[in-house]
Write a protein that binds this ligand. Sequence first.
Ligand code: ADP
Ligand code: ASP
Ligand code: MG
Length: 412
Amino acid sequence: MLIVQKYGGTSVANLERIKNVASRIAKYKDEGHDLVVVVSAMAGETDRLINLARQITENPPLRELDLLVSTGEQVSSALLSITLQSMGYPAIALLGFQVPIYTTELFTKAKIKEVGKKKIKEELSRGKIVVVAGFQGITESGDITTLGRGGSDTTAVALAAALKADLCEIYTDVEGVYTADPRIVPQARKLKKISYEEMLEMASAGAKVLEMRSVELAMIYKVPLVVRSSFNNAEGTLITEEDEEMEKVLVSGVTYNRNEARISVYGVPDRPGLAAKLFGPIGEAGIIVDMIIQTARPEGIADMTFTVPKTDFRKAMEIVKNIAREIKAEKVEGDENIAKVSIIGAGMKTHPGVAKKMFETLARHGINIMMISTSEIKISCVIEEKYTELAVRALHEAFNLGEAPFFVEEER
Ligand code: ADP
Ligand code: ASP
Ligand code: MG
């Protein structure tokens, strides 16, 4: 089999853990498998590097920031390859540009355009374990890029898709995908399997166990994806196509996201084209707007509220304030102390009572809902950040997620 494995930051946090990872890889190699191994930077390293740059200036040039943070994965990939070779296993470490992994030019959140297969295949045919630095790529013009936080997951899935690997394993510090972040909800239950669609919604709603883009790619290219722990041999979670059983599960998970901020523009003259005028420049600045609410007031003016990633908050506020002045809006307000809690489940498609239960649960705990958004299989509420844990635990309990799966039939 050709297996792509990805080891996250905590799994390669120090030399001892790198040794542990190398032993796991060696075992697979001994069984006769071909291995491509993607690694993240050692735990905390990416944050450390970003902070170094931020100590110099609040807005470091993004090209140089990518050059800087990509070194984290250069270190860990080299150390893993050295460890494997010292154990007598032929290995070669490759950086993004050596693979090569071509990306778009959007520094700090570049998207993979194409993955070179030739070099990796050659090395595999020589019997080598190929270690690839995650998170990084290169543009056509030769600039180093990174794929956004958590991007090593995406590197792994993209390689698995390109090489048509038999399996892509994501090794991390929890045993799989749980009904909620096990660090916040001790009762959270490990899921045996989850559909690509549900996992995509969970990832987009903040479950950082898998980066969203990696799930998107896995879904498109039907990559068999497994999340499991690098610290033990417990069975992980399989992310796969939806089956009948999954559809019956009403709610499969609760997630939270504290990485967004809210911007409100009050008193916008309510006429066609204004939303485009407001959101056009935000999009052009590479800022992804998540939830949007527009409320029309009787006087022919409207209020507009939306969320953006916290990391883009200042930039977005600047843009919005300029436009607000131009279109003569009354005032602009920003709030960084918000969180988004979401419930996800394929069974919601056919079952209407879920939203009510979610709102009632939050209300019972005195948590005010500032914004709501829904998709076919997800409901999200924006709340005050200080209530995040309380909300996640309360929802987890309300939907009985710690126990057996919550089947639609039981509700009727
Ligand atoms: P890595 O460094 O291995 O990529 P991450 O920190 O990016 O690891 O992702 C793993 C973390 O995701 C876990 O430690 C856990 O706290 C968090 N997490 C959030 N939601 C979930 C969930 N539903 N199931 C499992 N882990 C989750
Ligand atoms: N090292 C990068 C990060 O911390 C990429 C990753 O870990 O997946 O975001
Ligand atoms: Mg991660």
